[in-house]
Ligand binder design. Structure first.
Ligand code: 0O2
Ligand code: 0O2
Length: 213
């Protein structure tokens, strides 16, 4: 198999999806409302990682496109846990791809401590030989979840997936700390919004005499 040929539609899909998903953030900015999307990243899985995954899961080389769902991978980072729901709803509304699976590792945290919401899509890539539908995985997570996952991922690489027991425990504790940070931030945000509502009601009452609902 010529990897460059195999990966070409995946590269194109990642580039296109980055533009599209970043475009969602731009629209919120233009409307001057809180964007549920903080930033978007994307990558094509490196060939050695594709082969590793295939070997681990017993996937035949001619089945890679169907069985490895994250050859094209996008990540959408959010400030608050509630933003994740909003982003998932926005993805469900789109008609430029089809959602084929959702995995909720937020309600069902992995034993490692990993939290994220995964959406697997079937995305049509237009090529000079016609349309090719490929699978792509969109991971939606908060900044705190991303911080934890990024560090755990790099340590995982160092220890080749075999963490010493004490490190495993500390990572689980760090995941708990990230969870509490998310919770605290959501509560602070809620209180700020509440304060802003009271403030705008008061200025409205003083100004026009009208009270906003
Ligand atoms: P800006 O204005 O530079 O922030 P490329 O593959 O180079 O074509 P891209 O998007 O540059 O595409 O690279 P990638 O790796 O997919 O995404 C990186 C984007 O995520 C960059 O934004 C980073 O700035 C942004 N990013 C990474 N970490 C953080 C973070 O902690 N906070 C925020 N707000 N952004 C982060 P851009 O699109 O290049 O824009
Ligand atoms: P990359 O590009 O190195 O991140 P699996 O069998 O667990 O590999 P599955 O069932 O195909 O995967 O899909 P799953 O679990 O929904 O998604 C796998 C991807 O989620 C991983 O990709 C990671 O990006 C992320 N992930 C899942 N569990 C963890 C975890 O415990 N820690 C971290 N840091 N990330 C996790 P890859 O294959 O590792 O690729």
């Amino acid at each position: 198999m010529i990897w460059d040929d195999f990966l070409a539609p995946y590269k194109q899909a990642v580039e296109e999806l980055k533009v599209k998903l970043k475009g969602m953030r731009t629209q919120f900015e233009r409307e001057n409302i809180h964007s549920p999307i903080e930033f978007v990243t994307g990558r094509v899985k490196p060939v050695p990682s594709i082969l590793d995954k295939a070997e681990k899961k017993g996937i035949a080389i001619d089945q890679l496109g169907e069985e490895v769902q994250d050859i094209a991978g996008l990540r959408m980072m959010c400030q608050f846990v509630d933003d994740i729901k909003t982003v998932v709803e926005l993805l469900r509304m789109r008609n430029d791809f089809e959602i084929i699976e959702e995995r909720d590792y937020i309600s069902h945290e992995k034993s490692s401590g990993y939290r994220s919401y995964h959406v697997v899509i079937k995305y049509p890539v237009q090529t000079i030989y016609g349309e090719k539908k490929i699978l792509a995985e969109i991971q939606i997570r908060t900044l705190a979840m991303n911080f934890w996952a990024t560090i755990e991922h790099s340590l995982n690489y160092k220890y080749r997936g075999q963490f010493p027991e004490d490190i495993k425990l500390r990572l689980q504790r760090a995941a708990e700390a990230a969870y509490l940070l998310d919770k605290e931030m959501s509560e602070i945000a809620l209180e700020i919004q509440e304060a802003q509502r009271v403030f705008s009601r008061k200025t409205d009452e003083g100004g026009s005499g009208k009270v906003r609902p």
